[in-house]
Design a protein around this ligand. Structure first.
Ligand code: ADP
Ligand code: ARG
Length: 359
């Protein structure tokens, strides 16, 4: 089946809109050349996804940093001429000939990550998350309502089997959750936001809240998001700066879940995710930290860039800092191991704390 004239026109109009958007700094705009448009506009994945599905979020949201999503796993190969340069630029130069190394979550090595802030002067909390996609299912834009319900039932069954003093907990579907509880969980940094315009424009929020939800243990230190941006986001978090302890719990959680449900992994790209920025390890290790002196300096962003760190606001991506608290994490997730990704955050934040002490 060929791509309809209507869709091809939308792709061409999207390209023209990006060209005209002088302030747009997305990787999509940078790498979507006329040549790439012409090469890819007539292609369709087996599930029927086109270049329009890949670019539409970045075309609608000109303030995107990345701007593309993969509607299904095949999109990463079929639309390679667009994805590869974006992946390369986002993940520290990960080239088309490079391969994601074998998984190394850091088992047996978490003692190498002792508390970054034993006196509790700088770090409020630490969080490490990873994403996973269930084998046999495409990403959000290609999922049917029945897929969502089925996937939710599957993972709910897995959660019910978790039989561990620390990790065991309860699954709370978004459907039926009161707004009050939902908003409290979001404000307390446990639950994903609602109405993310980047995801909405990528067609990733269909049938919301069907199939979406959150599992957490009693202390809310081990959590799993279901069917938000990725099928699963597995999260370990706690107050303070004990990165090793947080990672240890994540490892235990991932290992428990992966024995019960198979995940999609690509030989080159590692664990598969909806957004190319999360491929590979899928790991974002972060601290909520106050660095009043150095964060006020004009070169704070540059210092973080140099340490391969990403700065986010207090309510996560696309939010602002409040009360001087920043979310500092590793930026790249592909081309290194999980342990190395966490270590990148660890070493970088350690350095930032040293700079703050000396400032
Ligand atoms: P993700 O980390 O899954 O990519 P976000 O950046 O939107 O997504 O963050 C999700 C939530 O996790 C937000 O509420 C954010 O404030 C919270 N969060 C991130 N890092 C930390 C941390 N170190 N401590 C506490 N909450 C955190
Ligand atoms: N599409 C959004 C942008 O380009 C988000 C990119 C990375 N974040 C994510 N949650 N996948 O700004």
């Amino acid at each position: 089946m060929s791509v309809s004239a209507d869709v091809v026109k939308k792709i061409e109009d999207g390209y023209a809109k990006l060209q005209g958007a002088k302030d747009c700094k997305s990787l999509l705009k940078k790498h979507l050349s006329k040549g790439v448009v012409d090469q890819l506009k007539d292609k369709k994945t087996k599930l029927g996804a086109t270049l329009l599905d890949v670019i539409q979020s970045g075309v609608a949201n000109l303030d995107s940093g990345v701007g593309v999503y993969a509607p299904d796993a095949e999109a990463y190969t079929l639309f390679k001429p667009l994805f590869d340069p974006i992946i390369q630029e986002y993940h520290n130069g990960f080239s088309p000939s490079q391969k994601q190394p074998a998984t190394d979550l850091g088992e047996g090595k978490t003692h190498l990550l002792p508390d970054l802030d034993p006196e509790g002067k700088f770090i409020q909390s630490t969080r490490v998350r990873c994403g996973r996609s269930l084998q046999g299912y495409p990403f959000n834009p290609c999922l049917t309502e029945a897929n969502y319900t089925e996937m939710e039932q599957k993972v709910k069954g897995v959660f019910e089997q978790i039989n561990d003093g620390e990790l065991s907990g309860t699954y709370f579907p978004l459907k039926g959750m009161t707004k009050e509880i939902q908003n409290q969980l979001i404000a307390d940094h446990f639950l994903f936001k609602e109405g993310d315009r980047f995801l909405q424009h990528a067609n990733a929020c269909r049938y919301w809240p069907t199939g979406r939800g959150i599992f957490h243990n009693k202390n809310k230190t081990f959590l799993v998001w279901v069917n938000e941006e990725d099928h699963l986001r597995i999260i370990s978090m706690q107050n303070g700066g004990n990165v090793g302890q947080v990672l240890e719990r994540l490892i235990k959680g991932v290992k428990t879940i992966e024995t019960k449900i198979p995940f999609s992994r690509d030989d080159r790209l590692g664990w598969l995710t909806f957004c190319p920025s999360n491929l590979g390890t899928t790991v974002r290790a972060s601290v909520h930290i106050k660095l009043p002196k150095i964060s006020a300096k004009p070169d704070f962003q540059k210092i973080c860039d140099g340490l391969k760190l990403q700065i986010r606001g207090i309510h996560g991506e696309h939010s602002e800092s409040a009360g001087g608290v920043y979310d500092i994490s590793n930026k790249a997730r592909l081309g290194l191991t999980e342990f190395e990704a966490v270590k990148q955050m660890y070493d970088g934040v350690k350095h930032l704390i040293d700079l703050e002490k000396k400032a």
